[in-house]
Design a protein around this ligand. Structure first.
Ligand SMILES: C[S@@+](CC[C@H](N)C(=O)[O-])C[C@H]1O[C@@H](n2cnc3c(N)ncnc32)[C@H](O)[C@@H]1O
Length: 513
């Protein structure tokens, strides 16, 4: 597969690993004591890293709307990657070479490590949607293919303006669309886009094999033109012994499950291309049209900003709620976490709240915004949506606002003494188990138990904590296996083995994300 090269690429391909880990600092919760909806004020590169311990591989749907790099310098936010913060960051990461970067090089340097982190956060069946226009579409597609895999990207089209036809004197094209690039963690495993055509329900349904489930129609489940390098390219054998080798819309194990359930129909007495039996009482599969021309326009989005915040010009480039809502409706589960790391006016959070309100879902949002209007625009919009605005009823929900806190480790990997010990304990437990600390009271060094292993983090800021007999005598052991972090250990190999202890040295053995 061809890959894209640009000045500075070599400096950013692994940069996400070098981004220092910062803890998130809770500022306040709106409408309750605790909320899993998060708004984070800060650069998303750092914020995404802070989310890794808890959310790695857990985010189902992401919608991002990064700067399009249009060359327009006059907007409130940085569209050109020329914001002083991003310029400083590029200078530090790319070095002297950074001076020569074109705006496309800079944009790619900005996007690449952020996409790498988004890829890590995305669940195995998750989808990242990226709004973009012609300025960077072609570059974006190439880096997405590099990061997500060649077969894992699709391009959707959004009609951003109403139809404008003037057939008499056409002088130039008027661009009335933008794109939404969909990046799958693993398209073959992801629900959307599996069955291409639905049967025509107007036709009479039949029951040629007298299936007790009743009459059925059949739908196509493999591609007209198969790609032999696809993970879904395989053979199946019909009951009459005929072997069909094609690219299917299902992974093989799923097709075999359907076969065992007598859901696969082989036309032409077993010699035809296999199809899926779909019964009359079954819900139709939902198809997402790749041309999104009914999902509201840019003008609608400006109207929404005016209605909610009272000034249509307070934010220059909002997206309409409907666009984001329909994407989320089509692809999320009712308890999915939805992330937007270029939050702007907070359309994604609004779409999540609206959709939950409509279908009784319990989806959660996480939004990140770098600019100071994170409080006055992004969060303020959420407050107004929750409180009810215009003729809209209040929505019973809440959010917690965070800023970026201290670095957890210094450049040498030592623990930053300014960090709250509770944050450190949480980080250690997450990196070990991907779980929240649940029990804290019985021994202050006890983190929790996971898969029959007890975890202890024996650490004090101003004291060397030694794993020895005396410390062991304070433990209330629950399991045979135990992992203990401490500064030093005076127990010998035999003792550690006999007591079932794995000693981990602080800070050396704490995983640095
Ligand atoms: C095109 S706007 C997003 C608009 C949003 N979809 C809406 O409907 O309002 C892009 C946003 O990303 C923010 N942004 C740009 N770079 C960022 C970064 N590195 N970290 C966090 N936010 C960033 C900008 O400040 C801007 O608000």
């Amino acid at each position: 597969m061809p890959t894209l090269n640009w000045i500075g690429k070599d400096k950013v391909v692994s940069h996400h690993q070098e981004v220092p880990f910062k803890v998130l600092k809770k500022e306040y919760t709106f409408n309750g004591d605790k909320s899993d909806n998060l708004i984070i004020h800060g650069d998303n590169l750092v914020a995404l890293k802070s989310l890794l311990p808890k959310y790695e591989n857990r985010i189902d749907i992401m919608y991002i709307d990064p700067p399009y790099n249009t060359g327009n310098e006059n907007w409130v936010y940085n569209d050109n990657v020329n914001d002083p913060r991003i310029k400083k960051w590029i200078g530090e990461v790319v070095g002297a070479e950074g001076e020569d970067l074109s705006r496309h090089d800079k944009w790619l340097c900005m996007m690449y490590p952020r996409l790498k982190l988004l890829h890590k956060l995305l669940s195995d069946t998750g989808i990242l949607f990226i709004s973009i226009d012609d300025n960077e579409l072609h570059n974006l597609i190439l880096i997405c293919k590099e990061i997500f895999g060649n077969a894992n990207t699709d391009i959707l089209i959004w009609r951003k303006n109403g139809r404008q036809s003037n057939t008499k004197n056409i002088v130039r094209f008027k661009t009335t669309h933008e794109y939404v690039v969909a990046c799958f963690k693993n398209k073959a495993k992801t629900q959307i886009g599996k069955i291409k055509h639905l049967p025509n329900w107007k036709k009479e349904k039949k029951n040629v094999d007298k299936d007790p489930r009743g009459p059925w129609e059949s739908g196509i489940i493999s591609k007209e033109q198969s790609r032999p390098d696809s993970p879904n390219y395989y053979s199946i054998t019909s009951p009459s012994g005929n072997v069909t080798t094609r690219e299917f819309y299902y992974p093989k194990e799923e097709l075999l499950r359907l076969l065992a359930d007598n859901r696969i129909y082989f036309p032409k007495a077993g010699e035809g291309v296999p199809r899926l039996k779909i019964f009359e009482n079954e819900e139709q599969e939902y198809f997402f049209d790749s041309i999104m021309d009914q999902f509201a326009t840019f003008t609608d989005a400006k109207g929404e900003i005016e209605e909610i915040l009272g000034d249509r010009n307070i934010f220059p480039t909002p997206k309409p709620v409907k666009l984001v809502k329909e994407i989320i409706r089509a692809t999320s589960k009712k308890d999915s976490i939805i992330l937007d790391s270029f939050a702007g006016s907070g359309t994604t959070g609004h779409a999540v709240l609206d959709l939950n309100n409509e279908d009784g879902g319990n989806r959660k949002f996480i939004m990140v915004e770098m600019m100071d209007y994170c409080e006055d625009i992004t969060s303020e919009r959420m407050r107004r949506v929750i409180n009810g605005y215009s003729d809209k009823e209040p929505i019973n929900d809440s959010f917690t606002y965070y800023s970026l806190g201290d670095n957890l480790f210094d450049n040498f990997g030592n623990i930053n003494p300014a960090v709250d010990i509770q944050d450190l304990r949480q980080y250690v437990y997450y990196t070990e188990t991907k779980k929240d600390i649940t029990q804290m009271n019985e021994n202050k060094y006890y983190l929790g138990t996971n898969y029959k292993t007890d975890y202890y983090f024996y650490y004090e800021k101003d004291k060397v904590c030694e794993l020895n007999y005396s410390f062991l005598s304070t433990l209330n052991r629950k399991n045979d296996s135990i992992i203990i972090y401490a500064d030093t250990c005076t127990l010998g190999e035999n003792d550690l083995n006999n007591f079932g202890i794995i000693f981990k040295k602080t800070p050396r053995d704490i995983v640095k994300i």
